[in-house]
Write a protein that binds this ligand. Structure first.
Ligand code: MLT
Length: 337
């Protein structure tokens, strides 16, 4: 079943949870039961999703931080890889929408006894779960689950493939910071800097930013920036200092030490000297440049503390916006059968 948002449906939803779906287009047809990648979404769908998220953004500022939009639904968090922000953010987003939330802790569950991902998910679904939020170190794990269960699946990060809600919350944050309340990022240049090769955040950011109209420059050492990325419509660069004065947004990536298999750079010190964002380097950028980082931060490697905690940094705003974006995602996908 497809969901069509009519003005009548919007007013009912507004009355129910006092949510304003800002600038929602009449008759918008949201058809995705799963969120696996941003590549699956059109520009219009991304904008609609971000507008829906915007409608939820004030829930977290109220004294009673709850709306009944997902009352009676059950969301299961299946995290097979470490996470602080994403796991807690999905948990809180579901709770704020009044869903029941269950958490699988892989250590101590039947996964530790060798149960397959598919079997684990099907057993959890058999308990009446409506949405599975999955994080896994294997690329494709979320798509495998979506093929194996009848409920909705949200990809909370699969290997180095995709982290769609991070791409969406980053796009939301850029739009918020630069006053683009229609989520049109045309004319904005975003540099994504660092370990591009191993980063699912980079891949999801590229899709989100380019689909919303931004120019994307990928910056990193040749060993961490395969030339194939140019096929995604990005400029590739190895000289961070040359790129800096041209950009409106700098999105710094964590060096994914856990995924790097052979020596990608001579030393951490050398990497930091060429690709770390320091106060001194930031001075070469436009005065109002926005600095982003998905976290966790390797302070002193890809980003200096003074920059991460400075006035241009959106690190904490990204976390706050992540909650609204995940509420928007949960709200939309649970309306599709
Ligand atoms: C991720 O899960 O990919 C994080 O949000 C970013 C990182 O680990 O560097």
């Amino acid at each position: 079943m497809r969901v069509t948002f009519t003005s009548r449906r919007q007013s009912a939803h507004k009355a129910e949870g006092s949510i304003e779906l800002a600038k929602t287009k009449r008759g918008f047809d949201w058809k995705h039961k799963h969120l696996l990648t941003i590549a699956q979404l059109s520009s219009e769908e991304i904008r609609f999703l971000l507008q829906t998220a915007h409608g939820f953004s004030d829930v977290s500022t109220r004294s009673i931080k709850k709306v009944p939009a997902l009352r009676g639904k059950v969301v299961a968090n299946l995290f097979f890889e470490d996470s602080t922000r994403t796991r807690m953010s999905f948990h809180l987003a579901a709770s704020r929408l009044s869903a029941d939330v269950v958490e699988l802790v892989a250590k101590g569950s039947s996964v530790a006894k060798g149960e397959s991902l598919r079997d684990t998910a099907r057993n959890i679904e058999a308990m009446g779960v409506d949405v599975i939020v999955v994080r896994h170190d294997q690329s494709g794990a979320a798509a495998l689950l979506a093929d194996s269960v009848n409920c909705s699946v949200i990809n909370a990060g699969d290997g180095q493939h995709a982290h769609p809600t991070q791409g969406l919350l980053d796009a939301y944050t850029v739009a918020q910071r630069l006053g683009r309340d229609d989520f049109d990022l045309s004319g904005i240049t975003v540099a994504i800097v660092g370990d591009i090769q191993h980063s699912r955040v980079a891949r999801s950011n590229i899709h989100a930013m380019t689909k919303l109209g931004a120019n994307v420059i990928l910056v990193g050492p040749p060993t961490l920036l395969p030339s194939g990325f140019s096929q995604l419509g990005c400029e590739l660069a190895h000289d961070f200092d040359e790129v800096l004065p041209r950009v409106d947004v700098i999105n710094m990536l964590r060096v994914q030490f856990e995924r790097i298999q052979s020596q990608a750079f001579p030393s951490v010190r050398e990497y930091a000297a060429l690709y770390g964002l320091t106060t001194q380097r930031l001075a070469q950028a436009k005065p109002n440049v926005t600095v982003m980082h998905p976290g966790p931060l390797n302070r002193g490697i890809e980003i200096e503390s003074a920059v991460a905690d400075g006035p241009q940094s959106t690190v904490l705003a990204q976390v706050t916006n992540g909650l609204a974006v995940r509420m928007g995602v949960l709200y939309l996908i649970t309306r599709v059968k």
